[in-house]
Design a protein around this ligand. Structure first.
Ligand code: NAD
Length: 450
């Protein structure tokens, strides 16, 4: 399928689908190589680092981290790549501010713990950067999300959350099917983050969180910060992998909008049981009171009449699954049973194996870049998310996922916490677009290149 067919079939006008450099803030200063810096080169940052190092259109000019182990691993990757060693910023948790004083920086990739994202994004915007990529999630509180949105608007800059699952091959094929009307009019969607993180939360054994400290100095990577969120918070703490792909299917912030949500949390058993089973009831961590319910279920109501169910499930034994379901008036896709059903095509009341459908509707971007994506993290999707950011930056164009997407998706966390706190009351979504959602047009994955 060529681009024209793709755009026509998707029901979206070419004008809306084309990203016009003329509307860009860099229209007069096109860059071939982008000068990028990174803040946070932990496990996720190193993933992005390896992709950036492979690109000839990227000059990696600086990296910042405060963990010597992570810096050593990163420096070794850079040395092996044969690329010049970037300037290193380290020493204390404010060193990133010195990095932002560098002249000529064009873009930044932030892969630090959640609690740093807002401050680092806004700091980057204040330093004059027009392209800021952040790992999920955008902020912690609702106010954080407003602050980032308002800063992006004030500085007329692009903030893209690196929501990689939006680029998963099956997810993009399903989006393609939605845009071509295979499922009819979409009415209901599901997704989630269903990932047994017990070993991640206690990656130094059950010693990882303990002694009543706020975080564990001995743990590695996410055990140093993520575990703490399970102690103090109860809500959908990680909504974006589930919500991003389904939000794209129904054009949230671009003709549609989240209206309200409510959340229910189960009791909390998984983390306590893990500690006791790997040590004993007398272990200090067995006394920690984890607030996070093992399974948090959130229901969202949308302006165009769809509902969405999201689940957050990280503390119990289970295989990984994001649990996608995209359902319309003619049929549906479900990833758990890897199946599609389309009325009039599938045998009545019987699932088709998804493979033939997903192959048929493989997204044009995957057809084009599938080979380049080979070997990139998470089945290749990590290639696409970094690719999209770099390409948008090179062209001075809007990023395909923007600050309004990041804010609306990430705001599910504080809203779900609020709902649970208030006895599962239904709470309203703020409109981060201030009404612009009514006229904004879809752009995600609608051009030839990224
Ligand atoms: P990590 O702990 O391995 O890495 C975080 C890094 O940030 C660490 O190296 C830490 O030293 C550094 N850091 C912390 N404070 C800093 C500061 N003030 N200045 C500079 N560096 C600082 O965690 P991770 O697994 O790499 O997670 C990082 C982010 O990536 C999180 O937002 C996480 O949710 C996200 N993530 C996303 C995916 C995905 O598939 N999209 C996968 C894993 C993690």
């Amino acid at each position: 399928m060529n681009r024209r067919d793709f755009v026509r079939n998707s029901g979206i006008t070419a004008a809306a689908a084309t990203i016009l450099p003329s509307s860009s803030i860099f229209a007069s200063e096109k860059v071939e190589k982008v000068k990028i810096a990174m803040i946070g080169v932990g496990l996720r940052g190193q993933n992005h680092l390896s992709l950036l190092l492979k690109r000839d259109d990227v000059d990696l000019v600086a990296i910042c981290d405060i963990d010597d182990r992570m810096l050593t691993m990163s420096k070794s990757m850079i040395a092996k790549s044969g690329k010049p060693m970037p300037k290193i910023f380290t020493g204390d948790d404010q060193a990133w501010k010195k990095l932002l004083e560098m002249k000529g920086l064009q873009a930044i990739v932030i892969s630090t713990p959640w609690e740093w994202h807002k401050e680092m994004i806004i700091g980057s915007l204040q330093a004059g950067l027009k392209y800021v990529a952040t790992e999920v999630i955008l902020g912690i509180t609702l106010q954080d999300h407003w602050d980032v949105v308002q800063a992006a608007e004030r500085y007329n800059a692009h903030v893209m959350m690196l929501e990689n699952v939006c680029y998963r091959r099956d997810v993009m094929a399903a989006l393609n099917m939605v845009r071509q009307g295979v499922f009819g009019e979409i009415v209901h969607l599901q997704g989630g983050y269903q990932h047994d993180l017990r070993e991640v939360k206690f990656n130094d054994g059950v010693k990882a969180y303990g002694g009543g400290v706020e975080f564990n100095e001995k743990g590695f990577s996410e055990a140093r910060w993520r575990t703490n969120h399970s102690v103090h918070r109860n809500g959908d703490l990680y909504p974006t992998h589930g919500i991003g792909p389904v939000a794209n299917c129904i054009n949230i912030n671009r003709g549609n909008k989240f209206l309200k949500l409510n959340s229910f949390a189960t009791k909390s058993r998984g983390l306590h049981n893990y500690i006791v089973n790997n040590s004993s009831e007398s272990h200090p961590n067995a006394k920690v009171n984890f607030r996070l319910g093992d399974i948090v279920t959130t229901t969202i109501d949308c302006a165009n009449g769809e509902t969405i169910i999201l689940q957050h499930d990280t503390n119990l034994p289970r295989p990984y699954s994001l649990g996608f379901r995209v359902q319309g008036t003619k049929g549906l896709w479900m990833d758990v049973n890897r199946s599609v059903y389309v009325e009039g095509v599938s045998k009545p009341h019987q699932w088709d194996d998804q493979k033939a459908w997903l192959d048929k509707y493989d997204h044009p971007l995957w057809k084009k870049y599938g080979d380049d994506a080979q070997g990139a993290g998470h089945g290749g999707m990590d290639f696409f998310v970094i690719h999209a950011f770099v390409e948008a930056c090179k062209r001075g164009a809007p990023t395909p996922l923007d600050v309004y997407d990041a804010a609306a998706w990430s705001a599910i966390t504080p809203l779900s916490e609020q709902s649970i706190e208030m006895g599962n009351e239904t709470v309203d979504f703020p409109d981060f677009t201030s009404g612009k959602w009514m006229s904004r047009k879809p752009i995600f994955a609608l051009n030839d290149d990224y």
